[in-house]
Design a protein around this ligand. Structure first.
Ligand SMILES: CC(C)(COP(=O)(O)OP(=O)(O)OC[C@H]1O[C@@H](n2cnc3c(N)ncnc32)[C@H](O)[C@@H]1OP(=O)(O)O)[C@@H](O)C(=O)NCCC(=O)NCCS
Length: 198
């Protein structure tokens, strides 16, 4: 197993892993072209990145964690650089779901506390390779890089019923800060990691 930073050539695989492993999420419902565009922006932007865990021999991506120093800046950069194309490929769905789009973008203020700007955006591991420590490897790599960039704290959001994700984040040093409803009727946990408690 090898852990390395993702580059643009990995974005389609990251989009595919996201869509196949997070089936109830809002972003996959916008289609593969939208997700591909989003991961291209993440790996190219100065403030955001993704770590991939790959098979040593084939370099096949088995899992990844995407993260950003500032989720607000990432969304703005995505809107400026990719908004037209991404909006066009997902237009019908975006129009139907404008409320969910706003809820997704605004959620960092939803719990009423001062949450860190840095965030783990996604973690997904190929279903055939779960439970082998890949999730922990890429999350640890991401928090370490954010800490090296001067981030004192990092947040992540996980569904309250996502036992695997909650266990993974707790294993990687995150603690539950609050419970929120980003979308009405769907409960999520906000977890925070502090570099001082490493
Ligand atoms: C969540 C996910 C990334 C975990 O990846 P993984 O490679 O299986 O995780 P690891 O092997 O590193 O395990 C980390 C910890 O989580 C626990 N864990 C993993 N899968 C679990 C499961 N299904 N149920 C309970 N605990 C689980 C492991 O036991 C381990 O804890 P331990 O060392 O105390 O035993 C993976 O299940 C996944 O891709 N899920 C779908 C996508 C998702 O929900 N992402 C998170 C929201 S963005």
């Amino acid at each position: 197993m090898k852990v390395r930073l993702a580059d643009v050539a990995d974005s389609t695989r990251l989009a595919h892993l996201h869509a196949s492993r997070i089936t109830d999420g809002f972003l996959p419902s916008l289609g593969p072209a939208f997700l591909d565009r989003l991961y291209r922006r993440i790996v190219r932007s100065a403030d955001s990145f993704a770590f991939v865990a790959t098979d040593e021999g084939s370099d096949r991506v088995l899992g990844f964690a995407a993260a950003t120093s500032d989720v607000g800046r990432l969304y703005r950069s995505f809107a400026i650089h990719d908004g037209l194309v991404a909006g066009a490929v997902a237009a019908p769905r975006l129009l139907r779901s404008w409320r969910r789009v706003l809820e997704t973008v605004r959620y960092p203020s939803a719990d009423g506390t001062d949450l860190p700007a840095a965030e783990i955006l996604t973690v997904a591991v190929d279903a055939d390779f779960g439970g082998r420590g890949i999730g922990a490897l890429v999350v640890d790599a991401a928090t370490q890089r954010l800490a090296e960039r001067g981030e004192a704290a990092v947040k992540v959001v996980a569904g309250s019923d996502n036992v695997a994700a909650l266990r993974l984040y707790e294993k990687c040093g995150f603690t539950v800060r609050s419970r929120i409803e980003i979308h009405e009727g769907v409960s999520s946990e906000v977890l925070v990691w502090n570099s001082s408690s490493r």
